[in-house]
Structures are given as C-alpha cells and as structure tokens.
Ligand binder design. Sequence first.
Ligand SMILES: Cc1cc2nc3c(=O)[nH]c(=O)nc-3n(C[C@H](O)[C@H](O)[C@H](O)COP(=O)(O)OP(=O)(O)OC[C@H]3O[C@@H](n4cnc5c(N)ncnc54)[C@H](O)[C@@H]3O)c2cc1C
Length: 416
Amino acid sequence: MEYDVIVIGAGAAGLMAAGTAAMNGHSVLLMEKMEKAGRKIRITGKGRCNLTNARPAEEFLEKVRTNVDFFTVAFAEFNNRATVRFFERQGVKLETERGERVFPKSGKAWDIANALVDFCEDKGVKIMYKTEVTAIETLGGKVTGVRYRNARGFERREEAQSVIVCTGGVSYPSTGSTGDGYEFAASVGHNIEPVRPSLTPLVTSHPQKEYMNGVLLKNVGAKLYVDNELVQEEFGELGFSERGIEGAVALRMSRDAVDAIIDEKRVKIVVDLKPALDEETLLARIDREIAEMQPNEFFSELLRKLVPKQLVVPLAKEVDFHSKTYVSKLSEAEKMRLVKILKGMVFPISDYAPFQYAIVTAGGVDCSEVNKYTMESTLVRGLYFAGEVLDIDANTGGYNMQVAFSTGHLAGQLKK
Ligand SMILES: Cc1cc2nc3c(=O)[nH]c(=O)nc-3n(C[C@H](O)[C@H](O)[C@H](O)COP(=O)(O)OP(=O)(O)OC[C@H]3O[C@@H](n4cnc5c(N)ncnc54)[C@H](O)[C@@H]3O)c2cc1C
C-alpha cells in the first residue's frame, strides 16, 4: 500500500485535510477530477475570497444554519483565528472588512487556493489531477481504497487504510462539485439529508419584474414572510437580475425561503426602500419635493428624486399613477399610497434559482452518522467526510469556507 490516506477532492476542505494529514506523518494522495485545484475557491467572494469571518466564536456559530452542535467541535479545534494564522504563515496578507469578513489583501482568491496547494506540496502530498474517483471500496465495515478513472480515461484502483471524502456539494457544478460524495456515502449505507440550493437568488412573480433587471438597491430593509408570518428581517443590499432577487439580503433569506417553497408555503419579501424615514417623515419629504417642483412636472420626476432610475416605471405602475401625470394632480390618498409602497414594496416569491446559481448546498451526508470529534464515519472504519459534502451550511460572510477549513483540518488529524 503506497499511501496511508486518500483524499477525494482538492477544494478548500480537501486541500486542508490532505496537507494536515501529511503534516501528521501520513503519506497522502489527493485525487482531483478537474485539471486544477480549488476551482471553486478561485471564484469565491466575487474573485476575492471571503475566507472566514472574524466575529467572536458565539456570534460566528449563530451564522451556521445546520448541525451547529456537530460543527462546534471542529470549530473549537481549528477556528477562524487559526485560519487567519494559517494563511498568514503561508505568506498571504489578510485584511478584515465591514461585517468582520476576512479577505486576502491582494484581493485575489487565487492567492488562497495557491497557498493551500503550496501547503500540500510542501508537506509532500501527491496530487493527481484529472483523476475522478468513481467508487469507495470497503471490506468488512472498513475502507480499503478507491476506484478511479485516470487522466487517460482508464479505470484503476488505489488502496489506502483511510479515505477522506471532500467532494463538496452540487452548487456551481462547473467547478467540479457534482455531488459524487453523496453517492459514495450512500453506497456504503449513509443517509443523505435531501439536498437543496441555499444562498441562491429568489424568483419573484412581481408583475413589474422585467422592468427591474439590473436594479441594485443599497441600504434597504427587507422582511421575509412565510404564510404571512414574519420569519426574518434584514438590512443591506438587494439586486435584481434575470436569475431573480439577489444581493446579500436576499441570499441570506433564501435559506428559509427555499425550505418554505419546497413545503408549498406562501413566501414574500417586503422591501422598505426608505428604512431611515417613518411614514410621516417620508410624506413630509414628498410634500417638500412637490413644493419645490413646477406644477407641470411629471410624477416620474418626483419618483426620480426618491428612488434609483430603474425603479421609476415599476413604482409608478405599482402606485397605479401614470408616470406622465403632473405632480400637481397627485391627491393626498395617492401620496399616502406612494408612502406605503416605498415603505413596503411586496415581492411574492414563486421559486428559487437552481444549484447552478446557488452559493452553497444545504443537506448532505447525515451528521448523526459521523463522529464529530474525528469526522470519521460511524458506519465504515477509515472513512471520513469534510466540507460541504456534510449536512452543514451557513450564511454568507466567510462562514462556509471556515466550515470547510475546520472540518478538513479535523479530518486531517486522523490517527496512524
Ligand atoms: C460563486 C461562489 C462564491 C462563494 N463565495 C464564498 C465566500 O466568499 N466565502 C465563503 O465562505 N464561501 C463562499 N462560497 C462557498 C464555498 O466556496 C464552499 O462552501 C466551499 O468551497 C466548499 O469547499 P469544499 O472543499 O467542501 O467543496 P468544493 O470547493 O466544492 O471542492 C470539492 C472538490 O472535489 C472535487 N471532486 C468532486 N467529485 C470528485 C470525484 N469524484 N473525484 C475527484 N474529485 C472530485 C471537485 O472537482 C472540487 O475540486 C462560494 C461559493 C460559490 C459557488
């Protein structure tokens, strides 16, 4: 047996697990089906990689949406401060931005991916690219190795006493994350919690949605309602594209919204376009704007003073007042209707964008069948899981990368 450990997948979790296992004295083979390591890392954070979040542990863990108790052990062993120290030791300068989000100072996600590859290579990990694992082999409840297709397309097998599955989820499949790990886990008896997209754009059935593509709203308030019950309140950025409603606010809301849509519940987002003003102050502001306008100026010009340009037409339609009507014709009731809409524009949510556009996958390998102190399967000895393949997902803000680093690091601590 040439290698003690085979790691499947050279993403954030796999690179961390492989390098750590090698550092702990194991001979390690890392198999990656793509031509390069860390394809997903390289596109994270809009190409800048928000690698972790510097919030205190308690606040950090609040952002983990599934199986937080399970994750707490891995996080205690290798937390956000350890991640920062790790990359700084690897020579990557970091900086912390708004919301305690940590990025490489260079603004290049590549630096994070390359630092992880360097870590593995320095510790003597053998990396095989264009090598797709096709099955896990076991005997008598113990892992014996993997079957794989090599770069030339030939089926081969490799033996090892331990295998760490770090194949990621199914979001952005073009990066190589196509859910293979779920099949491997299921083939040896693991339960897979149903997978669904998370941190994904939300599709609205708002009648004016086609006018809104390209609109970016900053500093808005938003409330998520499920069956008319308020379930989440957020403040920040919302964007509209052909994929749906996105931006940090919508993505954070998508976790609950997707589950509610799957359960066939009614979902809506109510957007407050003027969160800093109460209704009375906003009405006074509108009166002031009108007083400063010529009586023959159009309603659209009033709206232009209140909201971004692309919102003028949809908003006029929503108020049901023609944009080419004179402002002097606006009645008190219509002004009040405008105030109500500015303070609560309703976007019914009819669907969510597919995995192709989702930042992470919710669901995955059932954590109750994995030892949280080691990441080893409780069903098959020598089989380990780390990263997004597990049923753990978190909010945007650097939390998901940290999940991959913490669980990958813990899996890499496996005993000789
Ligand atoms: C566009 C985008 C932006 C994001 N931005 C951020 C961010 O800024 N901050 C943050 O915290 N999170 C972010 N995320 C989420 C984060 O990238 C993931 O949660 C994290 O990368 C998961 O790491 P992983 O190692 O578990 O899986 P992955 O990164 O998906 O890696 C899995 C690897 O396994 C390989 N593989 C799969 N099957 C096989 C097989 N059969 N044989 C061999 N190899 C295989 C794949 O090719 C891949 O390289 C973002 C995600 C996306 C899609």
